[in-house]
Ligand binder design. Structure first.
Ligand code: PXL
Length: 275
């Protein structure tokens, strides 16, 4: 009998809005992987809404995972998402040092913004620290906005060209990243993901735009990539699966008139994710 895989997910807990841990827990569990959560903050709802309650968890994180150290826990993967401050990035780096070895897959989603805009908690210092954190990653999954911020490029249509995407990825590789998926490259009718795999080279996976831009889609996407990487699935195949799943959930969310900030109704399609 093979051992069950286990991943630590470091992300915020937003009670409403379908993002971060409330997405990762079900999506990763559906793949048969034990998903162990470390909250970076507790929010009533994500920051895409005008008003929200935000309880920062920075001061508690080390106490929290020191108990995991006492339990002797080990992880096959570590996946990080929304981090609210520079100090929190230092804590995540400490967690990676303590809980990973050469077999641990590290997936870093440098959550900072979308659609050319940064989120409410963004600062240039946080960006610099997140850029350094990606040195540890086996896979990083920035959207185009985040990839531009991390490499100091302006966010514009020119960056959607293959030559620019290669240039961006080469800069990220120079900073220590290994494999990169630039997500959510939108055109009028299509949405593409640019995959830069250090073993396999680069490729693009495009699908028809199925509906409105929605909150939390990056978290659904990265959770599938994280689970698949622990299952040994090739990055390109994983990106196709994740993109098709997100596209289906966006379409259904539009049909059900779900407000875009409420995310995607992935719950209706969990069957597709069960391994
Ligand atoms: O899905 C990205 C995300 C995660 N966590 C929080 C957010 C956002 C985007 O707005 O506000 C708290």
């Amino acid at each position: 009998m093979k051992k069950q895989k286990r991943i630590a997910v470091i992300n915020d807990f937003s009670g409403f809005g379908r993002c971060s841990l409330t997405v990762s827990l079900p999506v990763i569990s559906a793949a048969g992987i034990q998903c162990c959560a470390i909250p970076t903050a507790v929010l009533s709802n994500h920051t895409g809404y005008e008003d929200y309650f935000f309880d920062d968890y920075t001061d508690k994180m080390k106490y929290y995972y020191s108990k995991w150290e006492n339990l002797g826990l080990e992880f096959d993967g570590i996946y990080t998402g929304f981090l609210g401050s520079e100090r929190q990035v230092d804590i995540v780096e400490d967690f990676i040092k303590r809980f990973s070895d050469k077999h641990t897959k590290i997936i870093i989603d440098p959550v900072m913004g979308d659609d050319g805009r940064t989120y409410a908690t963004f600062t240039p210092g946080l960006c610099r620290r997140l850029g350094r954190l990606t040195r540890h990653s086996d896979i990083m999954t920035p959207n185009l906005t985040e990839a531009c911020i991390l490499t100091g490029m302006p966010f514009n249509d020119k960056q959607k060209e293959i030559s620019s995407l290669i240039n961006i990825c080469e800069k990220l590789i120079e900073s220590g990243a290994k494999n990169i998926v630039i997500t959510g490259i939108e055109d009028k009718n299509s949405i593409s993901n640019f995959i830069y795999d250090t073993q396999e080279g680069y490729c693009v996976y495009s699908s028809e735009k199925s509906g409105k831009t929605r909150a939390g889609t990056g978290d659904v996407f990265a959770s599938i990539i994280a689970a698949d990487s622990l299952r040994g699935i090739k990055l390109e195949d994983s990106v196709k699966r994740a993109a098709d799943f997100v596209s289906k959930a966006i379409k259904a969310s539009d049909e059900l008139n779900i407000p875009p900030q409420d995310g995607v109704c992935f719950e209706l399609f969990m069957r597709d994710l069960i391994v």
